[in-house]
Design a binder for this molecule. Sequence first.
Ligand SMILES: [Zn+2]
Length: 262
Amino acid sequence: MILRSFLLLSLAAAPLLAQAEDPPFPPHRVIGNIYYVGSTQLASFLITTPQGHILINSSYEKTVPLIEASVEKLGFHFRDINILLDSHAHGDHVAGNPLVKQMTGATVMVMQEDANEIPGKIDKILHNGDQVKLGSVVLTARLTPGHTKGATTWTLKATEGGKSYDVVISSSIGVNPGYVLVNNTKYPGIADDYRRAFEVMRSLPCDVYLAPHGSQYGLAEKYPRLGKGGPNPFIDPQGYKAYVDNSEKSFLSKLAEQKRGR
Ligand SMILES: [Zn+2]
């Protein structure tokens, strides 16, 4: 009996605990038909069309109810998500895929090089340069590998105030602790892949950049300025350049360290 009530208690407390670890972030329109529906730490983006919506990043399974609540709070319906995409095959961005699929019936599309690492049913395999279309929205999948083999950066256009903007929803390009950049038997081409990712990212026209973690694109600083009369704070081409430059510098210094045998 004691055990039973303990179990009930822990079950009831679990969602609260999940929220305490990574509380909801206010859902908001970023630009045009692109919305933020993620948590404080894990970014998810909703791209809306009259023909249904696209969700990028399911995050953890425990994050999915929070994403659902954010979508509904913005006045859209979670069940109207037709396509589920991701930034890369790490659990904090894709572990919720099976649950989102179950709740929405969305078509799950995944970059080929990441497909083995992504849980749940995959409906369509994507390759570098493939386009994902829904209504009038066209997203292009760019392979920006290194962080994972199939790390995917999404590009699209958004319209606001009669102007068209280039939006880059980048993957992660950071080198995680423990990543082996030299003589990596499981991922022999990792360093060249990072180099390729930086090259691709530099080649992309960008007015607005977003990323799988709010901290990577200054969400906490930009969001409070949104709708306060000034220009849209997410329009930040210089910030994008700095993000790519700083990430590359960090990669090169870690690569040099590992080559020195540290
Ligand atoms: Zn990652």
